[in-house]
Design a binder for this molecule. Structure first.
Ligand code: ADP
Ligand code: ZN
Ligand code: ZN
Length: 732
């Protein structure tokens, strides 16, 4: 028999199928060890067949089968085919997504530990017959095991007398066996669950989700009880003997969320997220694979949870940008979810208080089943959002980061013993240019997105069309010289707070303070326990936390994401304001939100402060249609990079020429097509160039012709790296 193998070597030319002679135990989906050139490497068997084109003396034997079962199921073999085609990926890169990183190359294995149990022969007799009256410590550990039945030897040694344990083992009273020890993360977080009775709205939502043939978009305001709806749907599919996947943005994986799942599903839930050690991740993954856990909860990559017979996939906060992977292998989580749902006949529910405009558009057009949860569970009003015009502050001589209104509110909040969150709306590193006197923002005349200041050339550039503008020294609108670029940082905010309120205890949460494992959870925990009065942070404080004592939310610079160079910048801003505002006044104390902006007249603030999603959506979708951005087009980018600048240029030219041909043959399908250097011209030592296009959406044939252009670039210039991206979150 011949096995078709994808070898685990990351060179583009190698992403093809190699034939090997199968040995006993090799099946479709087996992970195997194979000779490759002069080395030995791992590979995945994607098929078994009778014949090969290789001659008998050329073909080599598979060396060994690496696991006790095929590690890639039929579903994942099919998913691999789908993903390679849909997202233009290499097969090996897709396979790597399917397994915990450290498992490859045998760098991690199941952890085997010594477990101790009582020899059954000694269970029926009076222990006083074989344990002396004076041997108290022996009796203690014996009684413990009578109750516990089995325990790790290291646990017994640590909690009882190690000598007593040794003695009982040597006399055959205790027996030992090697057993896989599972490294379960957050073991300590177990809480009794309160029985919850669904509201009528929630019950109707569950019915609708479970009976719809289309994916459901669950549009529920913050605090409307979406989580309870998800839990209920999961319970239903478990009762049918099926499994479930629940995806949340990485930074919403809070202790609260984990506690909820653990208390509801106990050991049936496996948690997958980046804070786990490699060992924990591997064990959780293996519990899913072997049926030890039937519910996977995790960030984006949990969509690859090795579950079979999936009955439900939940995508919480569906609008979150983390669901589109921004580095190789680039994939769109929702599309992977659709594939898995179709394969298993599973239901999909995507929930949000601020659905992406794209998803809401799909729902309105009948592609998704739209379910509303318009009311908060506790009927509590949304906190009032006050808009402060920072230009006025500048005019009246306050050039700092805090408006007078915010200082007063913070003072009141702290005096009354409540907590405050100060949110810095920071995204990416590129900066826009704004007049601090009148709020004017430099924008591209063609694209209506904010221009990005490029310090090296002292130029303003549009990242969507590459038009250049000279840097302003005066505001074209009001002639002021208060031109600002760059942004404030969280450290400076903390400094200011401490200067103004020396006794306030402040926690800072941003990328710098959350590098270490669990730091993010620890900081949130401290704030929740009341060990701090003020939490200063970036996006990561915006999501899903319940802090009952928070009565004030300050949005320091709302414009920051508004003027990000992205056609979805306004949408993101709306989402962020709604999310972060939802942190105030969750419980009995009413909350308020102070939003500081230099452009208070911008429509996003009107709709956000009125919590008017519908109004916002109408405005936004019309603009997207007029400017021909997604969902009315699809943005594709062929990204080419190479250390050799000339090669990168040549490859880009080839790609562009071929794309022009494709455009000619598909008259009217291209809204935009251009080749240029990427906004980040060099990363590390590689020169980056791109062919950027906007094409008619949902045109698989067209997308494939773009992919085949990329393929021909790869084969003509094997030295360059070439990727294709669909609707990337970040065009840098
Ligand atoms: P969302 O995810 O929509 O923002 P949550 O699921 O966090 O809302 O629910 C808000 C609060 O309401 C939570 O504290 C939750 O425990 C509570 N809750 C949800 N459903 C019910 C219910 N049917 N009865 C009582 N409390 C509920
Ligand atoms: Zn101005
Ligand atoms: Zn432009």
């Amino acid at each position: 028999m011949i096995a078709k193998v994808i070898v685990d070597i990351s060179v583009s030319e190698v992403d093809r199928v190699f034939d090997y002679r199968a040995i006993d135990g090799v099946q479709r989906g087996s992970r195997v060890s194979v000779p490759f050139g002069r080395q030995t490497t791992e590979g995945y068997v994607i098929d078994i067949c009778e014949t090969t084109d290789l001659s008998q003396d050329k073909i080599k034997d598979i060396i060994s089968v690496l696991d006790d079962r095929p590690i890639v199921s039929e579903e994942f073999l099919a998913l691999c085919d789908y993903m390679t085609e849909r997202f233009h990926l290499r097969k090996i890169d897709v396979f790597r997504l399917f397994l915990p990183a450290k498992m490859r190359g045998g760098r991690i294995k199941a952890l085997q530990k010594i477990f101790v149990y009582i020899n059954p022969e000694y269970l029926e007799t009076d222990p006083n017959l074989f344990i002396k009256k004076t041997a108290h410590s022996q009796m203690e550990v014996f009684e413990y095991l009578l109750d516990a039945e089995c325990a790790e030897q290291s646990y017994l040694n640590a909690n009882f007398s190690a000598a007593a344990v040794r003695n009982l083992i040597s006399r055959g009273v205790f027996l030992t066996r090697m057993q896989d020890a599972l490294r379960t993360p957050y073991k300590s977080i177990v809480q009794k669950d309160n029985e919850v009775v669904l509201t009528e709205e929630q019950a109707a939502a569950v019915e609708s989700i479970m009976s719809s043939d289309n994916p459901t978009l669950l549009f529920g305001v913050t605090g409307s009880g979406k989580t309870e709806v998800y839990l209920n749907c999961i319970e239903r599919v478990l009762a049918q003997g099926k499994t479930a996947i629940m995806l949340v943005p990485e930074i919403s994986l809070t202790p609260q969320v984990m506690r909820i799942f653990r208390s509801r599903f106990g050991d049936d839930v496996a948690l997958l997220h980046s804070g786990l050690s490699d060992g924990e991740r591997f064990d959780e993954w293996r519990r899913l694979l072997t049926g030890g856990a039937r519910v996977a909860v995790g960030a984006r990559s949990a969509i690859f949870a090795p579950l079979s017979d999936v009955g439900l996939i939940v995508i919480d906060e569906e609008h979150d940008t983390s669901y589109v992977s921004a580095s190789n292998p680039r994939y769109i989580t929702r599309e992977v979810a659709l594939f898995r749902a179709a394969y298993n006949g599973a239901k999909i529910v995507m929930g949000s208080a601020t659905p992406s405009v794209e998803s809401y558009y799909s729902a309105k057009n009948g592609k998704y089943n739209l379910v509303d949860l318009p009311h908060r569970i506790n009927k509590r009003a949304m906190p009032e959002i006050q808009i402060v015009n920072m230009c006025n502050e500048v005019t009246y001589g306050n050039g700092g980061m805090f408006s007078n209104r915010l200082v007063t509110a913070l003072d009141e909040c702290l005096k009354s013993g409540n907590q405050a969150i100060l949110f810095l709306n920071r995204r990416g590193y590129s900066s826009y240019v704004m007049c601090r006197k009148c709020g004017y923002v430099a924008k591209c005349e063609d694209c209506d997105v904010s221009l990005v200041y490029h310090k090296d050339e002292n130029l303003l550039k549009c990242h969507y069309c590459q038009r250049r503008y000279s840097m302003l020294d005066r505001c074209p609108n009001c002639n002021s010289q208060h031109i600002k670029q760059g942004f404030m940082g969280t450290e400076r905010i903390v400094e200011q707070v401490q200067k103004m309120f020396p006794s306030a205890r402040v926690i800072r949460m941003d990328n710098d303070t959350t590098r270490t494992k669990d730091a993010h959870l620890r900081l949130l925990g401290e704030f929740a326990n009341g060990n701090a009065d003020v939490l200063v942070g970036t996006q990561m404080v915006a999501k899903g936390h319940d802090f009952p004592n928070v009565t004030l939310v300050g949005i320091m610079d709302a414009d920051m994401s508004l003027h990000f160079s992205d056609y979805r910048a306004v949408e993101r801003t709306f989402q962020l304001i709604t999310q972060v505002a939802g942190r105030a006044g969750r419980e009995k104390k009413p909350g308020s939100v102070i939003l500081q902006t230099y452009t208070p007249k911008h429509y996003v603030y009107k709709y956000a402060s009125a919590y008017d999603y519908q109004g916002f959506y109408e405005k936004e979708i019309n603009l997207l249609e007029a400017t021909r951005f997604p969902p009315f087009t699809e943005i594709l980018r062929i990204l080419i990079s190479c250390e050799d600048e000339q090669l990168a240029l040549d490859a880009t030219k080839l790609a562009f020429d071929k794309m022009k041909e494709v455009a000619q043959n598909n008259d009217g399908c291209f809204v935009y097509l251009h080749a240029m250097r990427a906004p980040k011209k060099r990363i590390q030592t590689k020169h980056r160039m791109q062919v950027l296009m906007r094409i008619k959406p949902d045109n698989d044939v067209l997308r494939k012709s773009v992919y085949s252009v990329a393929d021909s670039v790869i084969s003509a210039y094997p030295q360059v790296t070439c990727f294709t991206e669909i609707n990337p979150n970040d065009l840098s």
